[in-house]
Design a protein around this ligand. Structure first.
Ligand SMILES: O=C1O[C@H](COP(=O)(O)O)[C@@H](O)[C@H](O)[C@H]1O
Length: 230
């Protein structure tokens, strides 16, 4: 595992964008395409804005969602709505291949299965080149929520939470798919995340983030979140 600490959240976002851009160039040079999944919440959007400034062969980049709230298209609760906001007025909406989770489907179980099949088809191996993750103050990551049955899913790559979380059911990539990714990139900023960052590093099995593999992992964090291990 590689962990790097920066002075501010802006520096973390810039470094994360550079990290992803390097992986995009590397993979495109090797196999001519790149697949990644991006989390939602609060932290990814500055990183995405920085990434959008880079001159990259976006047509060869395939972007999936790590998780999504079950809510109507365009709703502010949706991670996809925030993603589109962060790339508006850039060349990405027309060039990047974006695969939204189909959370307005009538049959959501079927939508999960279809999303998993699309990931298999596009990646060719079933493994994403990069998964970006964040962590909540309760230790959740993606929509792998403390106490939810979705934590136990081992036979599906995409699943639904069994209960609403912060008012919404969620669709999420599950442990088997996340842990197979070639690279896992955590972005953890804010002093309120310090305790969970420390428990993540100890692979604390009582928080969902503690069961994410660490071998292929890079953590980018800021000083205020890193107090517990510095
Ligand atoms: O609910 C969510 O929260 C986590 C953590 O978000 P952060 O912005 O505080 O890092 C996020 O990773 C997940 O995708 C999102 O749905």
């Amino acid at each position: 595992m590689d962990i790097r600490t920066f002075q501010s959240a802006d520096e973390v976002a810039q470094e994360a964008a550079n990290f992803i851009a390097d992986r995009i160039r590397e993979n495109i040079a090797k196999k001519d395409f790149f697949t990644m999944a991006i989390s939602g919440g609060r932290t990814p959007w500055e990183m995405i804005k920085e990434l959008a400034k880079q001159d990259l062969p976006w047509e060869k980049v395939f972007l999936f969602q790590v998780d999504e709230r079950i809510a109507p298209d365009g709703h502010p609760d949706r991670n996809l709505t925030q993603l589109f906001k962060s790339i508006e007025n850039t060349k990405l909406p027309t060039r990047l291949n974006i695969f939204p989770m189909h959370v307005v489907a009538e049959d959501l179980d079927e939508a999960c299965q279809e999303y998993a099949e699309t990931i298999k088809r596009v990646t060719e191996t079933g493994k994403l080149d990069l998964v970006h993750l964040g962590i909540g103050t309760d230790g959740h990551t993606a929509s792998l929520i403390p106490g939810d049955e979705v934590l136990a899913v081992q036979d599906r790559d995409v699943a639904l939470t069994s209960n609403p979380y912060q008012g919404r059911y969620r669709m999420t990539l599950t442990y088997p798919l996340i842990n197979q990714a070639e690279k896992i990139l955590w972005i953890i900023t804010g002093e309120e995340k310090a305790e969970m960052l420390s428990r993540l590093l100890q692979q604390d099995p009582t928080i969902p983030a503690g069961s994410i593999g660490q071998e292929q992992t890079t953590i980018l964090t800021e000083e205020s979140a890193a107090v517990a291990f510095n």
